[in-house]
Design a protein around this ligand. Structure first.
Ligand code: HEM
Length: 500
């Protein structure tokens, strides 16, 4: 039986119609496949080799990074089914990509966040992002951040009070949920000017919805079949996500509405020095000047809520884990906090924070080994080249602090927790992009100073009051970093604490 004549007529039309796409696809496959990477097969790509247990996946990623770095390569090519994903492992390459003013569009992994965060600063691209970034940068000026110190301090006090019972009983417990709830209280108050009291009221619907929504988003990101809406809803998770989303959005909308009413009733109140300010107030001033709409404001507040607490709690959780396993480092931190605060239980000032230099090294080193954002991406919109590798249009590039921070060509003992990696001497010796937990370049983390301020305040309160140890049965490396959206400890942070 011959081919029907209508087919012969339609085929050239289809080729003409989709010519551009066909050529783009062939170029994509050709250039990406020239790069080094694990063996890949049609349709499944490299996914057939993936360790699906999330704990093992980290080791696999690090293993690939170490292997290809030791072979002198700067990129690793992975195929996520038909989609190429090129991971950069050389700091020099990361610099080129992150400093580019053209490569600012995020990859598709942020799509599941769209219903919640909308096109806020984290996800938006192009001119809209540029305008937004310019508008929001003053909100993170150090003078504004200083106003937040009272909140960091007050919530940190509640944090240590919550832990007293464990210091008294001496029992082993997971400190991670306590860290998370404190960070959530801080971000609610600083971003929205409202207190959800997660530390004393963990059953608050907003607190529970934030937690569950993060889990659902991660599930959808990781399981490609859930990218298909019918399967997402058939599984029941889609409906659950809608419910959680409704709680989250209604809450922020109400907070914003109330704040607008207060703002309109007495605009002068927001300038009074005794009034605690929130990011939301700064956004409302911009609204008054016609810079932001109500939807824009809601998106930005939700973006801060999302980016602003899981990241810092992951970092603090891992810091506590590292210190619990290194008693000599604990002693040095305590000597430093004692030299700054003596035995007083006074509040923390920004002058104190500046003096906590060793604690800062400890936090930085913990972020090197356990970067809260283990991977971030860019979608290539126009071909570009690095060192003879052509990155064609539509290729997604991944920058992985998880791999770059472990590069044996950069760090002598990459697996060892050593705060001296942040001594002035070592920092000046290495490539500046060999350490990028907050990303770098135009799309770097706008909240990094806020994050360090929060972490130094909370942790200095902790170390002023407590000793911390880990169960001698559990080895440091047994707690595996799981690359969810944010890097999570596989076993939580099980520790014992005692009063000093
Ligand atoms: C240890 C804590 C933190 C870490 C490790 C961290 C890390 C990062 C990284 C790696 C990015 C770039 C992501 C990408 O390119 O896809 C980023 C972006 C961002 N972060 Fe953070 N972050 C932290 C804390 C915070 C806090 C406390 C806030 C807000 C209060 C915040 C707000 C943002 C925002 C809004 C962006 C998007 C910036 C833009 O694209 O212009 N982050 N963060």
């Amino acid at each position: 039986m011959g081919v029907p004549t209508w087919c012969l007529a339609v085929l050239p039309i289809l080729v003409v119609l989709f010519w551009r796409r066909i050529v783009d696809r062939l170029r994509l496959v050709y250039y990406v496949d020239k790069m080094p990477g694990p063996f890949s097969i049609p349709i499944l790509g490299t996914t057939w080799q993936f360790q699906w247990a999330i704990e093992k996946f980290t080791a696999q990623l690090r293993g690939w990074g170490e292997y290809y770095a030791s072979q002198g390569h700067g990129v690793v090519r992975i195929w996520l089914g038909p989609k190429p994903f090129v991971v950069l492992i050389k700091p020099e390459y990361a610099k080129i990509v992150l400093e580019s003013n053209e490569l600012i569009t995020k990859g598709p992994e942020y799509n599941p966040l769209l219903p919640w965060l909308g096109k806020g600063l984290l996800i938006e691209t192009g001119d809209k992002w540029r305008v937004r970034r310019k508008l929001l940068t003053p909100a993170f000026h150090f003078r504004v951040l200083e106003d937040f110190l009272t909140t960091h301090d007050e919530q940190s006090k509640i944090f240590v009070e919550q832990l007293e019972k464990f210091a008294e009983s001496g029992e082993q417990f997971d400190i991670f949920p306590y860290v998370k709830r404190c960070a959530l209280d801080i971000i609610c108050e600083t971003a929205m000017g409202t207190c959800v009291s997660a530390q004393t009221n963990p059953k608050h619907p907003y607190v529970q919805a934030v937690q569950r929504m993060n889990e659902l988003i991660f599930m959808q990101q990781r399981m490609p079949w859930f990218w298909l809406k019918p399967l997402w809803y058939l599984s029941g998770y889609g409906y659950e996500a809608d419910q959680q989303l409704d709680i989250l959005l209604s809450f922020t909308r109400k907070v914003i509405r109330d704040r607008i009413q207060d703002f309109e009733a007495d605009p002068g109140a927001f300038d009074r020095p005794d009034k605690k300010k929130a990011f939301l107030d700064l956004l409302l001033s911009s609204r008054a000047e016609g810079g932001l709409t109500d939807v824009d404001i809601r998106e930005e507040v939700d973006t801060f809520m999302f980016e602003g607490h899981d990241t810092t709690s992951s970092s603090m959780g891992w810091t506590l884990w590292c210190v619990a396993h290194h008693p000599e480092i604990l002693k040095k931190i305590q000597a430093e906090v004692d030299s700054v605060f003596g035995s007083s239980a006074r509040s923390c000032t920004s002058e104190d924070l500046k003096q906590l230099k060793y604690l800062e090294k400890v936090i930085k080193e913990s972020l090197r080994l356990f970067p809260s954002v283990p991977i971030f991406t860019r979608r290539v919109e126009k071909d570009f080249e690095i060192d003879g590798h052509l990155f064609p249009k539509n290729c997604v590039i991944g920058v992985t602090p998880l791999m770059i921070h472990q590069n044996p060509a950069v760090y002598d003992n990459p697996d060892v927790f050593d705060p001296e990696n942040f001594s002035e001497e070592r920092v000046t010796k290495r490539h500046p992009f060999a350490y990028i937990p907050f990303s770098a370049g135009p799309r770097n983390c706008i909240g990094q100073k806020f994050a360090l301020m929060e972490e130094k305040t909370m942790l200095s309160w902790f170390f002023r009051r407590f000793n911390i140890t880990a169960d001698s049965q559990t080895k440091f490396e047994e707690n595996i970093p799981c690359p969810e959206i944010i890097l999570k400890p596989s076993m939580g942070i099980p520790v014992q604490i005692s009063k000093r």
